[in-house]
Design a protein around this ligand. Structure first.
Ligand code: GLC
Length: 740
């Protein structure tokens, strides 16, 4: 015992002296004195539920369990939990103290959390719209503000690792994690994801606290063949490189510190066991150097779900050889035992382990955890402020899409409104999933300081002008009498319909059509002959085609967050002029979901002319209370070479009577390619705010290597001679690319 104590004093001394030198020396020297158990413990991440009293996420620390995990299993990381700031502060202080002062090397813990739409696992946290909604803002500066508030409310309490952003491209709206994506477009996903990452990882307001972002879920997770979560994807390598790789490449360029692996299978391989995907593609070809963490219990799933290993030990060998650095083991120690046995059997090498541990120690070093392992009391003053709530209101207002408006919106406050639907008086429908609980907390666990749509409408239109109809009873009893009685008193009926919150596989569906009860309620409202306004609170575009035809106005609000109700009311009343556009295609029918950038061959023009309606509302669609006119598109040249550029410009004018913000979407079409090319591809977007009558000329520089090339199946970029067409608004111009 004495020798061990002496050794640990010597080590700490040498480690501290090294600390004064370069950071890499510091972690290198630390690695050189770590035992094998300590190394493997750093590669193991456990769920807090293994150490809370009741196995839930509430943070009643079971100190004995915890001490045992740290001192005997040397666990280096934990994840997940949900409680108040005070409890988080107390909990993380306690567990870091054990790690830092009661172990030989005092290596601090790194705590991971899914703050995917704000500080959503902290009772007082600010909750923003989910990514799908934020993407509809087409406003990167807005996303930077959202990420900044999230980081300010997350890192100082000791949560240094945010498992966000999702960079999966939402290619099928059936996927229950569609709302976590930035929609169906690669360029939007890449731009929004990298904006989040830069903002998460650069927050001077909370120095020395830092937050690591996590690019997830690598790769091909979001286009499962049958739409179910964690089910197999079959994606040709050329499509993988063209559609799914760019957001991750952009994330690496943005300096993302960590990456999480896709739980599913791609082309027959569980990604967690794929050396091709995690080493050849991710490390070698794409050059990612950060920490690769598995998704939850995914080594176990290689055996139980993918059946590409007969035992967990074999699965561990596959995953470590594929290149994972840290296993999100959650509540099992098998990984620790298996790695030790595989090393003893010579199937794994200590150099593999050391490489992973070094990355993990460097991550902790970069986050300042060695110097600053404890939460900050004083920085917690900056959380849950009105200023943060204002950002949430702005984010919601800029993310809500006005899809249809037959001269009914904005409503003036003389109108009597009948409000009904599952979202009419619900907070959880606004905050959505991943809010205080994985599936979205129950109504009575939602913030008291938050308004429902009913409360916000009363606040906006006046108590006397808003009637709430008891939807549950109507739908359950099909009792239209009471509804019709309410409707007779109203000038307009606002129905908040959509999807109760769900997460991951809990949201798997077989039919994209909205459920019959809610459609029946819409039919009942339409039968009253009063104008009907639909407010869609949903995680994906549920099919409402028949009812949409008779609705006078439709808003897509998604899960708009803690200020979502007031944002909806502000748009209904005209206080806010909507400016969002769809970042996804809204399907016409449940059986056929085709993305905006479909291949011409995918839409057989011999069946129906290409002008036939393909969607209820197309990608990029969104209305304003004013109108914008595009004119005078110009190109600086009609031919361009690989080393040249063309400057495109267009004039946008607000021809309406009120100020508004237009989203300019620049699309490129490659008329002929050696591989079939999309009908059009978004290449650039920007917001343009204009007062009534004002016009602005905006421009976009075409850079051939960036905007005209596409990858082959090996990811090699092809730049081919030919004619291209650039479109923005109702303007388009052609030009030729010709290599020298
Ligand atoms: C979940 C999700 C992943 C999340 C992780 C930790 O299963 O797939 O996105 O970050 O587990 O909660």
């Amino acid at each position: 015992m004495f020798h061990k104590l002496l050794l640990s004093i010597l080590v700490c001394f040498s480690f501290q002296t090294f600390a004064a030198n370069k950071n890499t020396t510091r972690v290198d020297s630390l690695l050189s004195v770590m035992t094998l158990d300590e190394k493997i413990g750093q590669m193991t991440q456990m769920c807090f539920s293994t150490i809370t009293l009741d196995g839930s996420k509430t943070l009643d620390l079971n100190v004995d369990n915890f001490r045992q995990l740290i001192k005997q299993q040397h666990i280096g990381s934990f994840l997940s939990g949900s409680d108040s700031y005070a409890k988080w502060f107390e909990f993380i202080t306690a567990i870091q103290k054990v790690a830092v002062t009661e172990t030989p090397l005092g290596i601090p813990l790194i705590i991971g959390i899914d703050h995917v739409h704000g500080a959503n696992y902290i009772t007082e946290g600010t909750i923003f719209p989910h990514n799908l909604m934020l993407a509809c803002s087409f406003d990167k500066a807005l996303l930077e503000k959202v990420a900044n508030v999230t980081a300010i409310e997350t890192a100082p309490v000791g949560l240094s690792w945010n498992f966000a952003p999702v960079l999966d491209v939402g290619r099928t709206p059936y996927w229950p994690r569609f709302y976590e994506t930035f929609g169906e477009d690669t360029h939007v996903t890449a731009e929004m994801g990298s904006a989040f990452i830069k903002a998460y990882q650069n927050v001077p307001e909370i120095a020395p606290y830092k937050l690591a972002a996590c690019a997830k879920h690598f790769i091909g997770y979001s286009d499962p063949k049958h739409g179910y979560d964690r089910s197999p994807s079959e994606i040709p390598m050329q499509t993988l490189h063209e559609v799914f790789v760019p957001p991750f490449r952009k994330a690496f360029e943005a300096g993302v510190k960590t990456l999480m692996v896709n739980s599913g299978e791609l082309n027959g391989e569980p990604v967690h066991g794929s050396k091709f995907l995690l080493d050849t593609l991710l490390r070698q070809q794409l050059g990612f150097e950060g920490v690769i963490v598995t998704d939850i219990k995914d080594i176990e799933r290689i055996v139980k779900m993918h059946h590409t290993a007969a035992t967990e030990k074999e699965a561990t060998l596959q995953a470590v050889n594929a290149g994972i650095d840290m296993y999100m083991a959650c509540n099992s120690f098998a990984f620790i035992t298996d790695v030790k046995e595989l090393l003893a059997e010579g199937k794994l090498s200590i150099s593999q382990i050391d490489a992973s541990v070094l990355r993990i120690l460097k991550l902790k070093q970069e986050l300042g955890l060695f110097e600053n392992p404890y939460p900050s009391k004083q920085l917690l003053e900056a959380v849950n402020t009105q200023q943060n709530r204002n950002v949430a209101l702005e984010a919601a207002e800029k993310s809500i899409v006005l899809l249809k408006n037959e001269n009914i919106l904005p409503l003036d406050n003389s109108k009597k409104i009948l409000l009904a639907g599952i979202g009419a008086n619900s907070k959880r429908m606004l905050n959505g999933p991943w809010s205080y609980d994985w599936l979205g907390a129950k109504e009575d666990q939602q913030p008291k300081t938050m308004r429902t749509l009913f409360e916000a409408c009363k606040n906006t239109f006046g108590e006397k002008n808003v009637i709430l109809s008891n939807t549950e009873r109507i739908v359950a009893t099909k009792d239209s009498k009471s509804f019709l009685k309410d409707a007779r008193k109203a000038d307009v009926i606002v129905l908040a319909i959509g999807e109760q919150p769900y997460s991951e596989f809990m949201g798997n569906i077989n039919d994209l059509t909205l459920d019959a009860d809610q459609l029946a309620l819409v039919d009942m409202a339409i039968a009253t002959k009063k104008p009907v306004v639909l407010v869609l609170m949903e995680g994906r575009p549920r099919v409402i085609t028949k009812q949409a035809a008779d609705a006078k106005a439709i808003l897509f609000a998604g899960y708009p967050g803690i200020e979502g109700a007031q944002a909806i009311a502000n748009i209904l009343s005209g206080k806010t002029n909507p400016s969002a556009r769809l970042a996804f295609s809204y399907p016409l029918g449940a059986g056929h979901t085709i993305p905006y950038n479909y291949k011409p061959s995918e839409y057989n023009i011999y069946w129906k002319p290409d002008t036939a309606q393909k969607w209820l509302f197309p990608f990029g669609h969104g209305l304003s209370y004013t109108q914008f006119e595009y004119a005078d598109m110009q190109l600086s040249d009609s031919i361009v070479s690989a080393t040249g550029t063309i400057k495109a410009s267009v004039k946008i004018k607000n021809i309406g009577k009120i100020a508004g913000t237009e989203t300019a979407l620049w699309y490129m079409k490659d008329e002929v390619g050696s591989l079939s090319r999309p009908i059009k591809s978004l290449r650039h977007f920007e917001k343009v705010s204009l007062s009534a009558g004002e016009s602005k000329t905006i421009s976009f520089e075409i850079i051939p290597t960036e905007h005209l090339s596409f990858p082959d199946k090996n990811g090699k970029m092809l730049l081919e001679n030919g004619t291209f067409e650039l479109k923005v608004g109702n303007q388009n111009k052609k030009f030729v690319f010709k290599t020298q």
